[in-house]
Write a protein that binds this ligand. Structure first.
Ligand SMILES: [Zn+2]
Ligand SMILES: [Zn+2]
Length: 698
């Protein structure tokens, strides 16, 4: 018997060959594509890897011009499948001619099933009578792979159909809307504006948050803190009125505290005090925290993002670690380990891991292991877990960081609860109530294995009710309320999962696309002017595109195809009808959409009108230096210009300075209070600042 094994990638084919071979693996090439020959159970086997999808969907040639026929014609256009890798498909057919049977060993999920199904179609065109089987495994380890090849199954056509309908629907929606919006706003060529079924509602989340931030009116408040000394230890307690909204109220509290400068707030500077207070209450509470649930794709990507690795990067690394046999398959919804998962065996397998292996040994010594369970139970794959020991020189830098994160999470899911004690002390100083909270970990439990979640202990002296403490210093701070925070990359992925936007396999790449289309940037995520204009216009004229409901409904439909309760035709046809309705609405508003997007781009760059000529002043980025400044749109006739801070977001306030008459802007930058300034550097309000700057220089 001659067997051909087809895997999703070359590296997986090589690994499968190494794991299965009785004897040596012989490397060869067919049409320049790597193949691996070996003996298995007395059969002659050849393993070859594809490069992911071998076919892609597109419209026939007559639709290649964006201007003609109109975009709406794409809604019901025929869809064709085109080979993406011609030499690869040729090699696959050539190799299949020599084989008696074919085993599909692509990744076990929708995309993998679809890739396998496409490969079968291509092979059947040269060998119609070929026999096909399917090997399914969740990790590229000897145990898993051998087990899979000893228990071959058949391809799941429903799963492949679900993958195929996604391709169709994303093509139809993406191409139709992208062409329409780009034409309407005359952004063609490489400036085209991309719109997508999942991409647009995701962008909308980010933009809505930004609008909330812009509409936010910050309010000034004051805080009063005291530095106390009790039993020779110093600690800071806050006034029970955590936010004083009236300056008079904080002044009154400060006056009650007494002291030499009772009337002086000495804003933001500590004032030395010589008075005492009494402890009115001490409360201790024991707390426990449960170990975290096993990793699925979403929780893994969120955890990686909080360690500074972007979702797209973390996914790429995890796929590499899977291919190398270090971790299990990383695309998974499941957060419950199946009963069959050999926990002790896994612990033993990773106990040789550099610098963290001893932690696995510790847990392996326990007879009984009770793993945590997450809320999502699925049967696709086990949650992400390590499968082999690695060392830092095999995996460098960030790859190690991700490997360590996955190992530590696995260990944490098998560990015990952590126990801590929190403490609250209340103090009265001349009738003014202060309080402070402290906490310390009593028993590390799972935090020993997963230190990422560990907070620093806040220790307090062991005070008793009625004890006298001294107030050493007091500080009044003036602060501003802050707008709601932006989404972090990890937070956005979690929000997408909650709303049913995209899948475990697509979410990270949706975020990456929005970044590379210049709709948003950074972490936390900041939408650009362009991103805001596109999202606002779509929301106004085709609300269904930006609302998560529509796309979540389609995701549910695709799940139904996978389960076999709906057909691909039904779902694709329904999505065409939904898109048709959206397009009818958009076409009616073509001019408005175009004007809004073009105008929106201009508008958000306008900071006010020029004091010399009255024309709009715009934020401009210098072509060469990339530095931003404000210039008059009447340039070169009017040469008015102002420098801008190079960091932070600039929001036009629409007001003018009452001293110099120039427009005012708000600068929001990370780690500092938003501040408002007028554009004129020579403005009298900046006199003091200029003096300080001068003093620094000399
Ligand atoms: Zn001007
Ligand atoms: Zn001014």
């Amino acid at each position: 018997m001659k067997t051909l094994i087809v895997s999703e990638k070359n590296i997986a084919a090589r690994r499968i060959a190494q794991l299965l071979a009785t004897g040596k693996v012989e490397n060869g090439k067919v049409n320049k594509i790597d193949v691996y020959k070996f003996q298995y159970n007395g059969d002659e086997v050849v393993a070859m890897g594809l490069k992911g999808h071998i076919l892609k969907v597109d419209f026939p040639d007559e639709y290649s011009n964006w201007q003609e026929p109109p975009p709406v014609d794409l809604v019901n256009a025929e869809i064709v499948k085109i080979p993406t890798q011609k030499t690869l498909v040729a090699a696959l057919k050539k190799q299949a001619k020599d084989a008696d049977n074919v085993i599909i060993a692509t990744d076990f999920d929708r995309e993998g099933e679809l890739i396998g199904s496409d490969a079968i179609h291509e092979i059947q065109s040269v060998r119609p009578e070929m026999e096909f089987t399917r090997a399914r495994f969740s990790a590229l380890t000897k145990g898993e792979v051998t087990e899979a090849f000893n228990n071959l199954d058949v391809l799941d056509q429903s799963l492949a159909n679900a993958g195929e309908s996604r391709q169709d629907i994303d093509l139809i929606w993406g191409a139709t809307l992208t062409r329409f919006i780009s034409l309407a706003s005359t952004r063609l060529g490489n400036q085209f504006l991309s719109v997508g079924r999942v991409q647009s509602p995701t962008l909308s989340l980010v933009v809505d948050r930004e609008r909330e931030r812009q509409a936010f009116v910050s309010q000034t408040y004051w805080q009063l803190h005291g530095l106390f000394d009790g039993q020779g230890e110093r600690f800071t307690a806050s006034h029970k009125e955590e936010k004083f909204w009236e300056k008079a109220a904080v002044e009154k509290a400060v006056a009650n505290l007494g002291g030499a400068e009772a009337s002086d707030l000495s804003m933001n500077n500590p004032v030395v005090m010589d008075t005492s207070g009494t402890v009115t209450a001490v409360k201790r509470t024991a707390r426990t925290s449960k170990p975290p649930a096993p990793f699925n794709t979403t929780s893994f990507l969120a955890a990686a993002a909080s360690q500074g690795v972007s979702p797209a990067n973390a996914m790429r690394i995890a796929e590499g670690l899977y291919m190398e046999g270090f971790i299990s398959y990383p695309r998974v919804d499941n957060t419950v380990y199946p009963k069959s998962l050999p926990l002790h065996e896994i612990l033993n397998n990773i106990s040789g891991a550099e610098s963290i292996g001893h932690l696995a040994k510790e847990l392996a010594a326990q007879k009984e292991l009770t793993p945590t369970r997450g809320k999502k139970q699925a049967t696709d794959h086990p949650p992400i877990h390590p499968t082999a020991a690695a060392s830092k020189d095999r995996l460098t830098g960030v790859d190690w960081k991700i490997y360590e994160l996955i190992v530590r999470r696995f260990l944490a899911t098998l560990a015990t609860i952590s126990k801590s004690e929190s403490m609250r002390i209340d103090i009265d100083v001349s009738g003014e109530p202060f309080f402070v909270r402290g906490s310390r970990v009593v028993e590390d439990g799972w935090l020993r294995y997963y230190p990422y979640s560990k907070k620093k202990d806040e220790l307090l002296p062991d005070l008793k009710e009625g004890e006298v403490v001294s107030l050493v210093e007091r500080t009044v701070e003036e602060k501003e309320t802050q707008p709601p925070g932006r989404y972090s990359q990890g937070g956005l992925i979690q929000e997408m999962e909650k709303l049913g936007l995209g899948t475990k396999a697509t979410r990270h790449s949706i975020i990456q696309n929005l970044n590379s289309r210049s709709y948003m940037h950074s972490d936390p995520i900041v939408p650009t002017d362009l991103g805001m204009a596109v999202a606002d216009s779509l929301k106004k004229h085709a609300g269904t595109i930006s609302s998560p409901e529509m796309t979540a409904r389609l995701e549910a439909d695709m799940d139904n195809i996978a389960e076999g309760s709906k057909t691909r035709e039904e779902v694709v046809t329904r999505s065409r009808e939904m898109l048709r309705e959206v397009m009818d609405e958009l076409i009616k508003n073509t001019e408005a959409v175009g004007a809004e997007i073009r105008g929106g781009i201009q508008e958000s760059r306008t900071v006010g009108s020029c004091p010399k000529c009255g024309e709009p002043l715009r934020i401009i980025r210098a072509k060469k230096s990339k530095k931003r400044f404000v210039g008059c749109s009447n340039y070169p006739d009017c040469k008015t210009s102002y420098p801008l801070p190079q960091y932070g977001d600039i929001i036009a306030l629409g007001t003018t300075c009452d001293q110099c008459g120039s427009p005012k802007i708000k600068v929001i930058s990370k780690g500092r209070r938003p501040w408002e300034i007028c554009l004129d550097t020579q403005c009298p309000t900046k006199e003091e600042y200029r003096k300080k700057a001068k003093a620094k220089k000399t």
